[in-house]
Design a protein around this ligand. Structure first.
Ligand code: ZN
Ligand code: ZN
Length: 411
């Protein structure tokens, strides 16, 4: 039996080798919560052992972020420092590996001015546009993973002692990354191959539409672009050719919807933590792809602001399938963290589309738009999967094929 500390190192190594396919001589950038700096240091030390040229840290501090939203001068929310923008720009341009250790307090910005949050989101969306484009295009290897932080685990396990809650979250994270028996790399590759198999079946159907139905009231038809393909498991970096895993954990296979081809009503099946605020019991009505009504029992203003940051924010950009019977879903935990919650349930995203189109990685913005891909400065996943979700596909030659039955893949 490995100790927790040994498994944590194995997890860090998995993230660097399978998540980022880190190469000798490469630059590595790491986003890390400052109150769990020790884990960032483990990653950095391992990276140097692997021959990484330099590690640059981008420390995240929830507490100071909140202080800024509460007390900084009003005009700072419309701009991003040029050196910050340049950092992201240069690092992505040179094809550095990017590790995002994401573990924010889901309600960090509760009570902060929603207008400041919206303005800052627009400013950072504009400043980071090139970086985000290179990221969605896989022009550099990137990986999002997570580690427990105190405020986050308190939210997830409110009735537990802090140390027990931290340990339980570590245990859950390691299990969902298949780090449990000392064979993390083999396990991860086998899992990735299974996701790949699902994409192959879906691609063989040449689907025209997907129809979603469940007892929450979801009744939604999603048209897919003619040249779409499904993606899942390891992805290829288009500049270096290495295979990397953009999310650890991941359980999804995904593609993009036709921007103007989504009609009906969809109800979220989990709360969404967005910009440090929780949105609960919400949903959307869509017509010809556009969200014409957004409703929520809690956080409706935050939700409405989020779909209004630009024109593309009120259209969908991702269609992702995740079985109800899968490790993260089976944990029964509501994580308030998209990395986990999106991998526990079928979801959509509003905003920017991944270019899952034949030849899409070489298309200009205009060509992508002409093929039906949505463009936006935002991309927000929201969960719709339930135990009774039924998804029926219609192929381009008019055949009906079951895709999901009772919340799980039909194949
Ligand atoms: Zn997704
Ligand atoms: Zn997404």
């Amino acid at each position: 039996m490995k100790t927790l500390a040994e498994k944590q190192v194995e997890y860090a190594r998995l993230v660097l080798t399978e998540g980022l396919a880190l190469q000798k001589g490469q630059l590595l950038a790491i986003d890390c919560p400052v109150d769990q700096a020790w884990f960032g240091r483990i990653c950095a030390k391992l990276a140097y052992e692997m021959g990484c040229r330099e590690v640059v840290m981008n420390w995240e501090d929830d507490e100071l972020t909140r202080e800024k939203y509460l007390h900084a001068a009003d005009e700072v929310f419309d701009t991003v420092h040029p050196w910050t923008a340049e950092f992201f720009d240069k690092v992505s341009e040179e094809g550095a590996a990017w590790l995002a250790i994401h573990a924010a307090d889901p309600e960090n910005l509760k009570g902060c001015d929603a207008e400041r949050i919206r303005r800052a989101q627009i400013a950072s969306g504009k400043a980071m546009k090139k970086f985000r484009e290179r990221e969605t295009n896989n022009e550099f290897p990137w990986c999002v993973c997570s580690i427990p932080t105190e405020k986050w685990v308190k939210k997830v396990f409110p009735d537990m002692e802090l140390s027990a809650a931290m340990e339980k979250m570590w245990d859950t994270i390691l299990t969902t990354a298949y780090v449990d028996d000392g064979n993390a790399v083999e396990n991860w590759r086998a899992h990735s191959a299974e996701l790949q198999r699902r994409t192959e079946v879906l691609n063989s159907y040449h689907l025209k539409t997907l129809h979603y139905e469940n007892a929450l009231g979801t009744d939604l038809t999603v048209e897919l672009p003619e040249t779409h393909f499904w993606s899942g498991g390891a992805e290829k970096c288009i500049t270096s050719g290495v295979m990397f895993s953009a999310n650890i954990p991941t359980e999804e296979v995904f593609t993009l919807p036709l921007k103007t081809g989504v009609n009906g009503i969809v109800y979220a099946s989990k709360p969404l933590s967005l910009n440090g605020n929780l949105i609960e019991n919400f949903g959307f009505e869509l017509k010809d792809g556009k969200i014409i009504r957004a409703f929520a029992e809690k956080g409706e203003d935050v939700l409405k602001n989020a779909i209004a940051v630009d024109e593309g924010a009120s259209y969908l950009g991702e269609v992702a399938l995740v079985p109800y019977d899968s490790p993260i879903s089976n944990s029964g935990i509501l994580f308030y963290n998209t990395l986990f919650d999106e991998n526990a349930a079928c979801h959509f995203a509003f905003g920017e589309a991944y270019p899952c189109l034949e030849g899409g990685d070489k298309m200009s913005k205009e060509e992508l738009a002409a093929h039906g891909a949505n463009d936006s400065i935002t991309h927000v996943d929201f969960m719709v999967g339930t135990a009774d979700l039924k998804i029926t596909g219609t192929t381009r030659d008019g055949r009906e094929v079951p895709i999901f039955v009772n919340g799980n893949f039909a194949f």
